[in-house]
Design a protein around this ligand. Structure first.
Ligand SMILES: NC(=O)c1ccc[n+]([C@@H]2O[C@H](COP(=O)([O-])OP(=O)(O)OC[C@H]3O[C@@H](n4cnc5c(N)ncnc54)[C@H](OP(=O)(O)O)[C@@H]3O)[C@@H](O)[C@H]2O)c1
Length: 344
């Protein structure tokens, strides 16, 4: 096999605020099938997942794991096609689509047993990064296991039109809840209401403080809030505490409003934890990796929903390997709707 040119995005500088191109350097090298060890495949990357956790890992302090090291390829999930195999025992074939965690590089070597094989005849292969991937796993198990939704309950979802949020709102509807979706533009709230069928929407930019948000939530939810699925944190979350019902469940999935501030210097807010006491409410952080072992259970339930379109989804697909760092920056300006993906 000929040697291939391989471009890689190397993470070279920790951001102090919002991540952008200046924190990355493009490196050009080569890769060849002759590099493969037994049990490995060579993958041509086609679709890259862009995720908020990438910014969390750029903190220089430990999170759920140690920080992303500098001067290596930016890690991340990738959908690609196998172009060479050095394993006579595998059922994988050249041309197969796979999900790998091989990061921002045009070609990558991966161990056969680290891959998830995808079926392009069943759903678009890009779904493995979003509606049938990691965001779906935390949407599904975070809501079902931590949120324990019951018919007739009221749930508020922040970041509702994003990769995770768009799934949470629809599963909550399927479970018979009244669903309130919060997002940052009229285009996004229209999508939530017209296409995903949420019961009420709030454009948080029109209610830009905890007091204004609380007033709007009280108007929309006079019955109070039973579940809050939090993707963003900040003043939106502060507004929720005063409105929770007895035995409310607050699920902390993400706090994206805080990621670019320096995660160890969070914005200070009011101290509302006494409201949890009065309402015997719970607050629980949830992490997608804790449900890895249940991925098949989620796929079994959700794949038919996606195929039948009873679960809808949007993807924002940016073209061009060279645009990976700027695509990551887009997340923090709300420029994506649904799952953000970069296509080579
Ligand atoms: N716990 C886990 O295992 C896990 C797994 C996946 C994701 N997450 C978390 O879940 C959240 C959503 O992730 P995602 O992949 O679905 O991303 P996403 O929602 O598709 O994209 C990020 C969105 O966040 C919103 N946003 C950005 N800055 C904001 C701010 N200051 N205040 C309010 N909203 C802001 C933007 O939408 P607007 O236009 O609406 O502002 C943006 O489009 C993130 O916090 C992420 O870290 C957690």
């Amino acid at each position: 096999m000929t040697t291939l040119r391989n471009r890689q995005w190397i993470y070279t500088k920790r951001p102090e605020e919002i991540v952008d191109n200046s924190h990355y350097t493009m490196k050009e090298g080569t890769i060849s099938m002759s590099y493969l060890k037994p049990g490995e495949v060579l993958i041509k990357s086609e679709f890259f997942s862009i995720d908020p956790y990438m910014r969390i890992q750029q903190s220089n302090k430990n999170t759920w794991e140690s920080p992303h090291p500098l001067n290596i390829v930016q890690g991340g999930a990738v959908v690609g096609q196998i172009i060479a195999i050095n394993d006579s025992n595998t059922s994988l074939k050249i041309g197969d689509w796979v999900l790998s965690y091989t990061g921002w590089q045009e070609y990558a070597i991966a161990e056969v047993n680290s891959l998830r094989k995808l079926d392009p005849n069943q759903t678009s292969v890009t779904t493995a990064l979003g509606v049938l991937g990691m965001p779906a796993r935390i949407a599904y198990f975070g809501l079902i296991e931590a949120g324990k939704p019951k018919t007739g309950e009221t749930i508020v979802v922040s970041g509702a039109s994003g990769a995770v949020g768009q799934i949470v709102v629809q599963i909550a509807k399927l479970k018979g809840c009244k669903v309130v979706g919060i997002a940052g533009s009229d285009k996004k709230t229209k999508y939530l209401q017209d296409e995903l069928g949420v019961d009420a929407i709030i454009n948080y930019k029109k209610h830009p403080s905890a007091i204004e948000m609380k007033n709007e939530l009280s108007r929309i939810c006079p019955e109070g809030i039973d579940i809050y699925y939090d993707n963003v944190g900040g003043f939106i979350t502060d507004a929720i505490f005063e409105l929770i019902n007895i035995n409310a469940r607050i699920i902390i999935c993400g706090q994206i409003s805080q990621y670019s501030r320096g995660l160890d210097n969070p914005e200070l807010g009011p101290r509302f934890l006494h409201k949890l006491l009065y309402k015997r409410a719970t607050i629980q952080g949830v992490l997608a990796r804790d449900y890895n072992h249940k991925m098949d259970q989620m796929l079994k339930e959700m794949t038919p929903w996606v195929i039948s379109k009873s679960l809808k989804y949007k993807e924002t697909i940016i073209e061009g390997f060279e645009n990976l760092p700027s695509a990551l920056n887009m997340l923090f300006h709300g420029k994506n709707m649904g799952k953000l993906i970069v296509k080579v």
